[in-house]
Design a protein around this ligand. Structure first.
Ligand code: HEC
Ligand code: HEC
Length: 369
């Protein structure tokens, strides 16, 4: 073996050894950081571990482009980003989401954040896997209204997409597997853990709470923290928080489990970025957080599955909150906004690129409630 060869091998070895730890700390092969690859420790072990779809810059960029590409929908007007808008922590301002042809959806589009840590998705917990989830919006006639073969045909007919997919995944033609893996690179990267609340917990600069915020935090822990628990602000359970008597429109978890005890139970949503994600509840019925607090205080209605937490003495329903307590809670909830996340350029719609024209993720606000 010549010295040249030994030298080359050594160089290669050093390169590989250098890349391995870099990969683990969220640096891609080009040593560019991959957005969201740093997992906040306070969230615990992710359900969708990075090892299942190792963060990689080009795959992430491909996923981002797909997320914002309206051509994926049946009539080329609706992208994932139409309903999931970054400035709103990827929630929608519309009461009920609006799909192709302006067709109203059945639920409010929620925030997309910290999805790696989720065991179930949707208000009823139907989907269990982040990778296969996009099949639902893509094929739902009230959302993107298309079929997988139609999407794949469009992507394969686009030479720029064909090149990009081949660069990441090698094999042609573009498959549904590749499409779903690329989308999951983007959705899994949407980690939000840089709110003022997080600075406060870390005792970092900018994290000093005002007196009302501190009071709100204590109140929140005492009165809301059993469901909106952990640093993710949800315990991942399904509960009935007293919105309806019969739940005829949308019966929640029962459509998945068929257990009568699950009628009217909905997934406890994370409250991170909640000041940005109006309107609220699975059906977007409340336009403001003040209305939500009024509901908890005096708006609840009884039904057989109403959470026992909300049954007070003498048949009183809900969580009594004085006006001052409500103001303190609002102040605390506002500290959960992660400005950096809602503005991060790496999560924004990419500029029009060879991969395709990208429709701006702006929709007309609100259909009539
Ligand atoms: C027409 C509006 C619309 C479009 C387009 C849309 N979504 Fe959604 N999305 C929703 C609604 C509404 C829900 C809540 C569904 C439910 O609870 O039943 C949701 C839920 C989700 C969730 C689960 C969030 C949670 O908290 O459970 C993910 C992830 C998601 N969408 C990703 C996507 C991706 C990826 C695309 C593009 C392929 C997409 N969405 C396109 C409206 C939309
Ligand atoms: C028994 C469990 C439970 C308790 C206690 C509880 N919540 Fe909730 N909360 C829920 C559930 C379940 C939902 C979702 C209902 C739906 O989607 O229709 C929800 C939704 C919300 C939402 C709307 C979030 C969104 O994105 O739509 C806010 C805000 C909220 N809760 C705040 C609070 C506050 C503040 C308290 C304390 C005063 C509290 N919650 C106490 C279970 C609970």
């Amino acid at each position: 073996m010549s010295w040249l060869r030994v030298g080359l091998l050594a160089c290669f070895g050093v390169l590989v050894l250098n890349l391995l730890p870099a990969w683990r700390t969220g640096l891609g092969p080009t040593r560019q950081p991959v957005p969201g690859a740093q997992l906040p420790r306070q969230f615990g072990q992710p359900v969708y571990a990075p090892a299942q779809n190792p963060p990689e810059r080009r795959a992430f960029e491909l996923g981002r482009q797909l997320f914002y590409d309206a051509r994926l929908s049946a009539d080329g007007t609706v992208s994932c980003g139409s309903c999931h808008q970054q400035a709103r922590a990827f929630a929608s301002p519309e009461r009920l989401s609006q799909g192709v042809g302006g067709r109203p959806g059945l639920r409010n589009a929620p925030a997309l954040q910290n999805l790696r840590w989720r065991r179930t998705f949707f208000a009823d917990g139907g989907p269990k896997h982040l990778e296969t989830l996009p099949l639902a919006p893509l094929t739902n006639p009230r959302e993107m209204g298309t079929t997988l073969p139609a999407v794949l045909a469009k992507l394969n007919a686009d030479s720029a997409y064909a090149r990009q997919f081949a660069a990441v995944y090698g094999q042609r033609p573009i498959s549904s597997y590749q499409l779903l893996r690329a989308l999951a690179q983007f959705t899994a990267a949407l980690t939000s853990a840089s709110s003022r609340y997080d600075y406060h917990v870390r005792r970092a600069a900018g994290g000093r709470f005002t007196a009302p915020e501190r009071r709100g935090q204590a109140l929140f822990r005492a009165k809301c923290g059993s469901c909106h628990a952990t640093e993710l602000f949800t315990d991942g359970s399904f509960r009935n928080n007293g919105l309806n008597r019969r739940f005829g429109q949308d019966s929640g978890r029962v459509v998945v489990t068929f257990l009568p005890t699950d009628r009217g139970r909905f997934a406890v949503p994370s409250l991170r970025n909640v000041a940005r994600t109006a309107p609220y509840m699975h059906d977007g019925r409340f336009g403001t957080l003040a209305q939500v607090l009024a509901h908890y205080d005096h708006g609840m209605v009884a039904s057989p599955t109403l959470d026992p937490i909300f049954r007070g003495p003498n048949g009183r329903l809900g969580i009594p909150l004085t006006a001052a307590e409500q103001r303190a809670l609002l102040a605390f909830l506002a500290t959960l906004t992660d400005e950096a996340f809602c503005r991060a350029p790496e999560f924004a719609a990419p500029r029009p690129s060879p991969g395709g024209k990208v429709r701006a993720a702006v929709r007309q606000p609100g259909i009539a409630p």
